[in-house]
Design a protein around this ligand. Sequence first.
Ligand code: IVH
Length: 732
Amino acid sequence: MDRTSAEKRIVELREILWENSRRYYVENAPTMSDYDYDHLMYELEALEQEFPDLITPDSPTQKVGSDLADTEENRKAAEHEKDARSGQPTEREMSMSEDFEAKNIFRQYAHQYPMLSLGNTYSIEEVEAFADRATKTLDRPFTFNCELKFDGTGISLTYRKGKLFRALTRGDGTKGDDVTKNVKHIQNIPQSLKGSGYPEEFEIRGEIVMPYDSFDQLNRERLINEDTPFANPRNAASGSLKLIDPKEVGKRGLYCILYHIPGDIMQFGTHSHAMECAKEWGLPISDKSKVCRNIDEIEEYINFWDTERKKLPYATDGIVIKINEIAAQMDLGYTSKSPRWAVAYKFKAEQALTEVLSIDYQVGRTGSVTPVANLAPVLLSGTTVKRATLNNSDFMASLDIRIGDYVYVEKGGEIIPKITSVELKKRPEHSQRPEFPTLCPDCGTPLVKAEDEARFYCPYSEGCPTQIKGRLLHFMSRKAMNILAGEATVDQLYDLGMVRSIADFYDLKMPDLLRLDGWKEKSAINFLNSLEKSKQVTFDHVLFALGIRNVGEITARTMARHFKNIDAILAASIEELTEVEDIGGIIAESIYSYFKQEKHIDEIARLREAGLQFAMAEDEGPRSEILKGTTIVISGNFSISRESMKKLIEANGGKNSSSLSKKTAFLLAGTKAGPEKLKKAETLQIPVKTEEEFFQMTGLEKEIAEQQTLFTPPSVSTGEEGPEEEPNLFNM
Ligand code: IVH
């Protein structure tokens, strides 16, 4: 390539790479696959190597990407960094800290050692070349340490006198966001070290990951609340680590794995020994690393983990090969961006290429409009993909997706396949950018969009049929009121004008139901019985059934337990709501505004009149304290329903949790327990108990449990809790 064309291409590549780096690190919503990004970076590197005078210090080949938001407060604070470092907070320093808290901004601090990235490759030959280069430069025996490349978000922890002092994100590599408060809610990060022999002060770095089961659960909740689901566990981990409310962070099931102590660590001799010591001090270190002596052993490690990694409970995207001896690492040194003593071999994500047949715009029960691509069916990681969400108009625009385009679809252990890019070479001639609708596709109301939101909404919540039907369906769903009817019944009841709000269900009479297509006396009786039975559904489920934005099953239960009855909730202030365990500011606001609306107050009055439970029953407090302070995760099928098992645990003072963590006392595993859960229990060394062992150990009686939960929705177990009654969009 001649110099002028090279210059032009370099400018172009830098722009694309910076833009995608911003989307990846700042927005947590990448629009390009890692593979494509890396290959554009290789192209830029090659061009810069050919024309070295065109290299500029701000080229993406010279600098690591940044996840920092540039704020005025942080610029000011950087000038006073010295105050912060002296360890003695001055008055100015303290008032500055308050400023950050009040404005919900993370304060930034400089890293003591820069947080670099890693040179990466997708080819074994290049790993060989890396080993050869090291052999030539070092000219003495040395070993390699092979480890997994965890696909999360980088973290640097500083321990001072054995106590967790500060946690910084990678930021721009030289300074990071102070997320210490948030990190304290990540259960496997110790706040104090064990044993002795640790340096007075040191940094240790690693990755915060979100295990697949927590990721799936989070995205399920986001779908229920009509929030855009995270594209992958990495983005979810990164977004969660930067939540403003530390309590919320604690609920995200994040998990930390540490893999690097920067600075002068000659005393350890080797990296693997440094990690062993860190493990002794109680720090979370991976047990999957291996010291390898030569390229054959490295290859063996790579091949083994290429398949084995799919069984891990968290995402990995490659293998990191490090020279193990610290003295050798020091001899090899660093480039401006990465160490010369390490390289990452990356696995290619499974991808499929398929055609976009059409785009639907779906309206959810809260009115948000989600574009969905209908795809020519394609097989990916064992499932046929026919549809993929396009999230919102911004995402569609950044992909520049058009009908007739061929798109790459990826699935990396996540439940929702995602479109990563468009194959422009296959774009049909004269294709047009699809216009995002300006009117609600269901009721024709002009759509609205709040300035700080990416989604369009149909504001006509009272009249838009899809929103109303969505709310009715949610009310009837199994985890809510468990009323025996499906979408077709709701459609008919709505279309005939018999049910327009949830309270209307309880006014239905036999003659109304006999008007429904194909309904005979028997089906009508069954339906009326089911409505009657729903009047015994406990208060926590009723609260969930109301469909309050951001109030999932667990939040509804916590609220019901805390406030005991609806009147207390109706009277609660935002402050009182935030005092409840696990309820953060956003959830509190949405509960508060729901109960302030006249139409909701009227509806609750009608439901109360109909006889629904709006208070916790007296005997719903613990019946024994046998499981007090015990957090249990259940998985699989039992001889009693899962719902009964959960109730039994709670009735005896225990706590149910859906994801395993250090706080979990044991995993109660029935038949067909989830393999991911079992594997994770093993990784976290959490005991696994069978149903028999559980009843023996506690002396509880399952027959009583079954009877006492007679009126709660029976659960049809699928082994793992999966998405049910959620938007049909995701049955792909
Ligand atoms: S070592 C001086 N080891 O991958 C370099 N990094 O793509 C220290 N990563 O920035 C990094 N797993 O955030 C190292 N086992 C591992 C890793 C790992 C994941 C991340 C890390 C790094 C990025 C580069």
